[in-house]
Design a binder for this molecule. Sequence first.
Ligand code: SF4
Length: 263
Amino acid sequence: MRIEVIAPHGFCGGVDRAVRMAHELLDRVKGTVYGLHEIVHNESVVGALVSKGMVFVESVADVPEGAAILVSAHGTSPAVFEEAKRRGLTVVDATCPFVLAGHAKIRENFRNGMRTVIIGKPTHAEVKGYLGEEGACLPEDLRPGERTGRVVQTTLDADEYGGVCTATRDRQQAVRKFVESELLKGLSPSSVGVLVVGSPKSSNTGKLADIAERAGARSWRVAGTKDVLSIDFSGIEVLGVTSGASTPEDVFDDVLEGLSPLT
Ligand code: SF4
């Protein structure tokens, strides 16, 4: 089996920035530092921060008054920022600039008298944050004939929805291109595989696997190297390996090493 590393893959700029901000905050602040929602959907990144003393919470109400809190790359709603201010919390905002642009768009639409439909998973922190803006709504809340704007969760399929962040789009295009170029070489779809490294909770990781399948390949998701052992790669001649935007490079490298006996 031939192994091909698909590029770009792994940490995007927004995740890299948020993780760096979290470590800097932990180095700077004495006492417990809180993180609002898991900083990114990756157990090893979260685990490293927890072992340095970060406590992750789902609500600012769980943070003692006056403490420091980091808002994750997924962002949050204006009401949460207001509550944090009321409680005297020191807020470090690691919201990704692409997500901030989504919030700005919703506010602009509202100022122009328009509501904004949010396309995405309603339970995802990014989408919940958007829905906290005035004038944001879910598709099912639309009134017939209403003129609206649209903001798409940054990690959805760029081809299907458009408007997602460039990091997501570049990683998705690289997977599609890899599968298409292998099929063009004459390989059958059942002999082309894509292995996506990332947490089962990571939305963008799941999308990469869906895109590989839609392009005609077989695909698998693994959280780490031990998951590779349970996969039956029989019939696969070429395996592209990629990773989600929240997957650290050392986890990716471990998986590549785990695959080396199969080459
Ligand atoms: S996937 Fe895109 S929007 Fe999400 S953190 Fe990364 S760069 Fe930002």
